[in-house]
Design a protein. Structure first.
Length: 263
C-alpha cells in the first residue's frame, strides 16, 4: 500500500532537533521516513507539525486539529517525553490526554504509527528517577495501539536504544544515526519494501558507557537541558515558545539532501 498524504505530530524528536541545525536545516526521522515513502511512491504530500518543547496537551489541542484538516492517510505520533521529564503536577492528566490523542488519531481513519519510549536510565543516571513514568506511559501506548490497531514501534525492547551512538550528547535526542534507526523502525512497522528488524539490533558487542562517561552525560544534560528549562520555567516560557512548525502545510517534498547516518 502506498501513502500519499503524511502528517508527523510530536515534539523536538519529530521536528528533528540535533539531526542538522537551525541554520543548515533540521531533518529527523519523520523527514527521513518521508523521503523513503516518496522514493517508493513519488508525489508524497508531507506536513510536519512537531515543535520542540511540546507536550501531549499541545498535540491534542493544536496539532491534531490542524492534521484533521489535511486529510492524511498516514500519521506518525511521537509525543510524551516532555511530560515524562518535567515536574508536572498531575502525570495522570497527561496520560488521560494521551488516551484522548489516541482516540482522535483512530477517528481520522489514517494509518497511525506510534512508539514506546526507551529506558534512558541505562544511559543517563538521572533517568532512574523517570523509570516509573516511562513504564506507565509505555503501557498506555501499548494498550491503545493494540485496541485501535496502530502500527507500534517498540523502542523500549530494542537493544540499539542502549547504544550511545544512537543518541546525541544530551542523551535525550537522537543522533543522525539514531534518527535513521527511528525511520527504519517506522518503515518496518509499515511493512515497507526492504525493511526489517535490523534497526533494533547492535552490530557486534554492545558496550554500555562507563560510570564516568554516564556522569559526564548527566552533567551535559543538566547544563544543556535542565538549567535552561528551569530558567525558561521561571520566565513562564518553553523551548518552543514563538516557534512554528517547520512544514505547517501539506506540500511536496523538496529534493532530498545528501545525508548519511554519520552527518
Amino acid at each position: 500500500m502506498g501513502y500519499f498524504r503524511y502528517v508527523a505530530l510530536g515534539d523536538s524528536q519529530t521536528e528533528g532537533l540535533l539531526d542538522g541545525d537551525d541554520t543548515t536545516g533540521i531533518h529527523g526521522f519523520a523527514d527521513r521516513l518521508a523521503w523513503r515513502l516518496n522514493a517508493l511512491q513519488p508525489g508524497l504530500q508531507y506536513a510536519n507539525l512537531a515543535v520542540r518543547g511540546r507536550r501531549i496537551s499541545d498535540v491534542l489541542e493544536r496539532q491534531l486539529p490542524m492534521a484533521r484538516t489535511m486529510n492524511p492517510d498516514l500519521i506518525t505520533s511521537c509525543i510524551g517525553m516532555n511530560d515524562v521529564t518535567r515536574p508536572v503536577r498531575s502525570f495522570d492528566r497527561a496520560l488521560a490526554d494521551m488516551r484522548r490523542v489516541h482516540a482522535e488519531l483512530a477517528a481520522t481513519g489514517a494509518t497511525v504509527v506510534t512508539t514506546t519510549f526507551p529506558d534512558i536510565a541505562r544511559i543517563l543516571p538521572v533517568g532512574r528517577v523517570l523509570s516509573g513514568r516511562l513504564r506507565r506511559i509505555n503501557e498506555v501506548i501499548r494498550t491503545d495501539s493494540k485496541h485501535f490497531g496502530f502500527r507500534l514501534v517498540d523502542l523500549s525492547a530494542a537493544t540499539s536504544m542502549l547504544d550511545p551512538a544512537t543518541w546525541a550528547i544530551d542523551r535525550v535526542h537522537g543522533s543522525p544515526h539514531g534518527h535513521q534507526l527511528f525511520a527504519d523502525a517506522a518503515a518496518e512497522a509499515l511493512d515497507l519494501p526492504d525493511s526489517d528488524h535490523s534497526w533494533a539490533e547492535v552490530e557486534g558487542e554492545l558496550v554500555l558507557p562507563r560510570l564516568r562517561e554516564r556522569m559526564y552525560s548527566q552533567l551535559m544534560w543538566a547544563q544543556n537541558m535542565l538549567m535552561p528549562w528551569v530558567w525558561r520555567h521561571t520566565l513562564g516560557s518553553s523551548r518552543g515558545t514563538g516557534l512554528e512548525p517547520k512544514r505547517p502545510v501539506m506540500a511536496p517534498l523538496d529534493v532530498r539532501p545528501a545525508l548519511s547516518e554519520a552527518e
